[in-house]
Ligand binder design. Sequence first.
Ligand SMILES: Cc1ncc(COP(=O)(O)O)c(C=O)c1O
Length: 392
Amino acid sequence: MNRGGWSRRVAGIQPFHVMEVINAVKRLEAEGRHIIRLEVGEPDFPTPPAVLQAAQRSLALDQTRYTAAMGIMELRQAVADWYRRQYAVRIEPERVVITPGTSGAFLLAFGLLLDPGDRVAISDPGYPCYPNMIRLLGGEPVAIPVGPEHQYQLSPELLEPALEQGLKGALITSPSNPTGTLIPDAAMARVITLVEEGGGRIISDEIYHGITYEQPARSALEFSQDVLVINGFSKFFAMTGWRLGWMIVPPAALRHVESLQQNLFISAPTLSQHAALAAFGCEEHLRQQIKEFDRNRLVLVSALRRFGFAIPVMPTGAFYVYADASALLKRTGHPDTRSLCADLLERAGVAVTPGVDFGSYKAHHHLRFSFATTMANVQEGIQRIADFLDRF
Ligand SMILES: Cc1ncc(COP(=O)(O)O)c(C=O)c1O
């Protein structure tokens, strides 16, 4: 018996390895070193000014009490309007639940879906919180290795064996963290149909929508009305600290989602909800900023390829490059990318994230670079990596 101890569930929750990197960055910065931060997972541009003004107006009105559990109706309506404009999909605003970040939406989604032992397919590599949250709620993550031949995304062929053993759900993330790749339209349509025909449910994490460089990302709602679609204000809207997201749910789930939200969170942050009403008017301003990321992407990918990193699929969304460092590990003599990351930080002053944060499939050979920063930082990072590699 584990008397007085912590739960077995919590013991299974993995910390982010990038925290080791961030702690080392803090130590080096405290020693006066200047570090180029390519490990971060958030846009570096500020909250749009119109959102800040809306927040100030809301504070002046003392809008600081709980809201209705599902969120303020104006914001639910604004989200529904966004789906009409962006994807030509009509949804009733009642189907929108406003959540504390997409992270809150994931807890609701998994709580809605999972009984103990229920299996949910996820891609490996993928966003590390998914398997942790699935486990926390008693489910079983089924990690499916995905490589460049499938754009690092779940595909119908890859899902078949897992489906044969039964799946309660499958998670798709397009664009993906850490690979920045999109799921091709035909694969998305087929994956949704296969999972739904097998009695499972698709959860589509669309948090990087709006941050795409070649073609816009498609919403799972364009293919089915039975999916759970999750998105939020953290990435495209550059509002990470406002902790605001949303989920679109099928009408039959509404009653359950409302009770879950009441019990888990009561409501999403009130100030953030009022502020976010102004976010949808800032699209043009935000799109201009995404163009800066695009320039960073092109410069960073071509430099990394020149250095010997393999990037078999060009990232066309989010702000990440997932690079295979196998050739460079041989050249530098590092046993894995965790050790390469540590050395890059100590000796070159460049922080990046080791692949082990995103799963286990070839993870020790990969690194994730984020280009959500200025061109000057990207260029300085490239120069430092070049100087570092010249020593080997
Ligand atoms: C794929 C993915 N989903 C969800 C999140 C969490 O976002 P939020 O700030 O909305 O909780 C992140 C954050 O990095 C992410 O990369």
